[in-house]
Design a protein around this ligand. Structure first.
Ligand code: NAD
Ligand code: TYD
Length: 344
């Protein structure tokens, strides 16, 4: 078992969930969380964990080799979540995406190459996304992304993630580093930044605001609960084959319209709360993951993602934790929201 794990981006939605999951599942591990605390990084996501003696937080940027190199040298594994993660922001300004998702990943990989000097026991896991595969048509429901599907990115976000994904592959191939890659579908659960559709819609409805539905609302996403994603990342980290890619998905495809009506029903609201807005430029139509490889090789299945129970638990979490999201939705976030949706 790996005993000292460096997690990047551990103050974000999925990274913080993974740290909680890891410390609960593996009593013998120590975790260092490297995070620069961008707008989406929030140490309140780790409440309760910060006092654990096995956990340490370091504020730093993954693009800064002086911050990264000593931490990598102490770790037996790196689990790399840190990223600019929101498609709409990448349409407003793609530069931070290239800086963090490409240059930051290169900085980390190179620090590992130098510090680990060919030690194949040390592992680097790149948390990629199903968005690197591009978009599936709505009229071919039998099609799903497999690990062999060519990368065909459509947004600056997915293009920058694919660049990191391919760099990680190259470091395995060229330097024989033990690199693993996961490509997961859309996550939901507690502590998700309320720019993403589920927490945005739930918190808007609690605030009495309408929910902005893009285009015709027929775009499809494959929803996975974040606990299942964390479980999948740990399975791949411990038992995955170096150099391999593993798809992770919730087997839970829903159109945005279906998702919106499910949220409205859970919250006792009517369809008048939907505000149709202009479509996202380049909006990917459908994502669907075939996760057979993770099941076959690692015995991983998404057991916590089934609807409606998982969605209901998530809606309840936001209803029960207004202090967390009200603080997050104030401040700099308000400027983004005004730019994106043209109003408060
Ligand atoms: P998030 O935006 O909630 O968190 C990102 C974290 O990275 C934040 O804590 C932020 O402060 C940190 N960070 C950003 N730039 C940094 C830098 N230069 N140096 C150090 N830290 C930095 O994102 P998330 O939704 O938790 O996504 C985490 C990872 O999972 C990303 O790599 C994303 O591409 C991937 N992913 C997300 C989803 C999803 O549905 N959210 C699905 C598949 C894959
Ligand atoms: P999002 O949560 O941004 O994830 P991603 O773009 O990475 O899939 O969006 C999920 C879906 O919801 C996507 O098809 C876009 C749509 N959407 C809306 O209709 N309205 C919104 O305000 C947002 C943020 C997303």
């Amino acid at each position: 078992m790996r005993t000292h794990i460096l997690v990047t981006g551990g103050a974000g939605f999925i990274g913080s969930n993974f740290i909680r999951f890891l410390l609960a599942q593996r009593p013998g591990v120590r975790v260092t969380n490297l995070d620069s605390l961008t707008y989406s990084g929030n140490l309140e996501n780790l409440t309760g964990i910060d006092a654990d003696p096995r956990y340490r937080f370091v504020k730093g940027d993954i693009c800064d080799d002086a911050a990264v190199s000593p931490l990598v040298a102490q770790a037996d594994a790196v689990v790399h979540f840190a990223a600019e993660s929101h498609v709409d922001r990448s349409i407003l300004d793609s530069r931070p995406f290239v800086v963090t998702n490409v240059m930051g990943t290169q900085t980390l990989l190179d620090a590992c190459r130098r510090a680990w000097a060919g030690n194949a026991d040390r592992r680097f896991l790149y948390v990629s996304t199903d968005e690197v595969y591009g978009s599936l048509p709505l009229d071919r429901p039998e099609l799903k992304f497999t690990e062999e599907t060519p990368l065909q990115t459509n947004s600056p976000y997915s293009a920058s993630k694919a660049a990191g994904d391919l760099l990680a592959r190259a470091y395995h191939h060229t330097f024989k580093m033990s690199v693993l890659t996961t490509r997961c579908s859309n996550n939901f659960g507690p502590y998700q930044f309320p720019e993403k559709v589920i927490p945005l819609f739930v918190t808007n409805l609690i605030e009495g605001k309408q929910v902005p539905l893009y285009g015709d609302g027929l775009n499809v996403r494959d929803w996975i609960h974040v606990d299942d994603h964390s479980d999948g990342v740990l399975c791949v980290l411990e038992r995955g084959r170096p150099g391999e890619v593993y798809n992770l998905g919730g087997n839970n495809e829903r159109s945005n319209l279906e998702l919106t009506h499910a949220i409205l029903a859970l919250m006792g609201k009517g369809p008048e709360m939907i505000r149709p807005v202009a479509d996202r430029p380049g909006h990917d139509r459908r994502y669907a993951i075939d996760a057979t490889k993770a099941l076959r090789e690692l015995g991983w299945t998404p057991t916590r993602s089934a609807w409606p129970a998982a969605l209901e638990r998530t809606v309840r979490w936001y209803a029960d934790n207004p202090t967390w999201w009200r603080r997050v939705k104030s401040g700099a976030y308000r400027e983004y929201y005004a730019k994106q949706y043209g109003g408060g």
